[in-house]
Ligand binder design. Structure first.
Ligand SMILES: *[C@@H]1O[C@H](CO)[C@@H](O)[C@H](O)[C@H]1NC(C)=O
Ligand SMILES: *[C@@H]1O[C@H](CO)[C@@H](O)[C@H](O)[C@H]1NC(C)=O
Length: 373
C-alpha cells in the first residue's frame, strides 16, 4: 500500500509546486477550505492516505476474494437483502461490494466530520447550494431524494422516478428521455419544505470511477452531440490548439482527449458543466447525509436495493442496459489515460481528489511502466 502514497507524495513535494497543490485549492475552493489554507496540507495528506488505503489495494489485487470476512456491522440489512435476492453469480462480488460500502461509509463520516467541511446545506455558499438543489430529485409518494449525477445511469433513474410518480407507464417505454418534465427538483421547493425532506426522506446517490466518468462524458458529448461541439468544442480548440485562436473555420467536432483535459485544468470546479463537474460538488456528500451511496460498478444490485428500501412496487425494476450502449472498458480507459502526457494527468487528479477518496476509488497508476502494458 505504501508505493502509491509515496509516489503521489513525491510528485507533490518534488518539483511542480504550481501543480497539484494549487489545483487542489480550486477543487475545494468553496468557502470551506479556502478560508483557512493552513489546514490544507493536512487535509490533502489525509485525502491521499485515504485514497491509497490498504484495503482498497487489497481489493484491487483480489486478495479479499480468498478471505473469510465477517459481515460488516452497520449494514446487516443490506447484506440480508443481498442474500435474499440470491440472484448473484458469486458471493465474492457481494462481499467486495459490501466492504466497499463500508469503506465509503466510514471514509465519508471521518472526512466530513472535519470542521472545515460543510455540515448542512445551509452552510454552503449560494452557488454551491444552487447546484446541489438543482441536482436533487424528489419523490413524495415514496419519500426519497435522489441526487443525480450525469454519466452515472441518471437517465435510467429518471425513468424510474417518472414511473413511480405515474408520469410514465413503465421503465422500458421507448421514448427520448426528457430531463426536466415530470420531475420535481428540490430547488423548486421552499426552505421549510426542503428542510423537512432532507430530514425525513431516504437519500441516495450513485458514483462511478472518476476518470471513467470523464471519458464517458468526453466520448458522448464531443463525439456525438453537436450542441456541445459548438458550445464547448470550438472554445477548447481555439484555446488549446496552436494557431487556431482566431480561426473562424473551427467546428469543434474533433477535440482530443488531451485538449479536453487541458480545458478541465483551467476550469473552476464550481462552474463546470454538470457532465464533468466533480460528483462532490454536484451532490455535496458532507452537507447531505446520504443513507446510501451506490456505484455504477454494482449498478443492478445497488439499484434493486434502493427500490427495496423505498418500498417501490415489486413490479418496478431498474431498466436493463440498452443494447446499443457502449460501456467504457478497462482497456479503453487505459488507452486514453496513457495517451495523455503524464504531467497532464497528474495535474488533473487533484481536481477530482475528493471523488477518488470519498467514494473509495484508487488513484490511477500514472507511471510510464504501467502504460507500456
Ligand atoms: C504502476 O504500475 C507499474 C507497472 O505495472 C508497477 O510496477 C507499479 O508498482 C505501479 N505503481 C503503483 C503506485 O501502483
Ligand atoms: C453508513 O452507516 C450508517 C450506520 O450503519 C447508516 O445509517 C448510513 O445510512 C450509512 N450511510 C451510507 C452512505 O451508506
Amino acid at each position: 500500500m505504501v508505493p502509491r502514497r509515496q509516489e503521489y507524495g513525491a510528485n507533490r513535494a518534488g518539483g511542480a509546486r504550481s501543480g497539484p497543490l494549487l489545483n487542489f485549492r480550486t477543487t475545494v475552493n468553496s468557502g470551506t477550505v479556502r478560508r483557512s489554507s493552513a489546514v490544507l496540507p493536512s487535509v490533502l495528506t489525509f485525502l491521499v492516505i485515504v485514497a491509497s488505503g490498504g484495503l482498497l489495494l487489497m481489493i484491487e489485487k483480489g486478495m479479499l476474494n480468498s478471505m473469510e470476512t465477517p459481515p460488516p456491522r452497520g449494514h446487516g440489512r443490506r447484506l440480508d437483502f443481498i442474500r435474499q435476492a440470491g440472484k448473484h453469480s458469486s458471493a465474492e462480488v457481494d462481499v467486495e461490494s459490501q466492504i466497499l460500502q463500508e469503506i465509503r461509509n466510514r471514509t465519508i463520516r471521518t472526512m466530513c466530520s472535519h470542521k472545515n467541511m460543510p455540515h448542512s446545506i445551509w452552510s454552503l455558499s449560494p452557488v454551491q447550494r444552487k447546484t446541489l438543489l438543482q441536482h436533487i430529485l424528489v419523490n413524495d409518494k415514496y419519500r426519497f431524494l435522489y441526487c443525480y449525477v450525469p454519466k452515472v445511469a441518471c437517465s435510467n433513474w429518471k425513468r424510474v422516478l417518472k414511473v413511480l410518480s405515474g408520469a410514465l407507464e413503465n421503465v422500458d417505454v421507448n421514448i427520448k428521455m426528457d430531463h426536466r418534465s415530470d420531475l420535481l427538483f428540490l430547488a423548486s421547493l421552499k426552505p421549510d419544505e426542503i428542510r423537512y425532506r432532507l430530514k425525513h426522506y431516504f437519500k441516495f446517490m450513485f458514483v462511478r470511477e472518476p476518470m471513467e466518468r470523464l471519458l464517458s462524458a468526453y466520448r458522448n458529448k464531443f463525439g456525438e452531440i453537436e450542441s456541445y461541439q459548438k458550445k464547448y468544442g470550438v472554445e477548447i480548440i481555439k484555446r488549446y490548439r496552436k494557431g487556431r485562436a482566431k480561426d473562424t473555420s473551427v467546428t469543434g467536432d474533433d477535440v482530443t482527449f488531451a485538449e479536453f483535459v487541458h480545458y478541465l485544468l483551467d476550469e473552476d470546479v464550481e462552474r463546470m458543466n454538470e457532465h464533468w463537474m466533480p460528483v462532490y460538488n454536484l451532490c455535496q456528500p458532507c452537507a447531505v447525509s446520504y443513507d446510501f451511496i451506490g456505484s455504477y460498478e454494482h449498478l443492478e444490485s445497488d439499484a434493486e436495493f434502493v427500490l427495496h428500501q423505498v418500498r417501490a412496487p415489486s413490479d418496478v425494476h431498474f431498466p436493463e442496459r440498452q443494447t446499443w450502449y457502449k460501456p467504457v472498458t478497462t482497456e479503453t480507459l487505459h488507452y486514453y489515460l496513457c495517451s495523455l502526457p503524464q504531467w497532464l494527468l497528474r495535474e488533473l487528479l487533484p481536481k477530482y481528489i475528493l471523488d477518488f477518496s470519498l467514494f473509495g476509488y484508487p488513484l490511477p497508476n500514472t507511471t510510464t511502466e504501467h502504460c507500456r502494458h
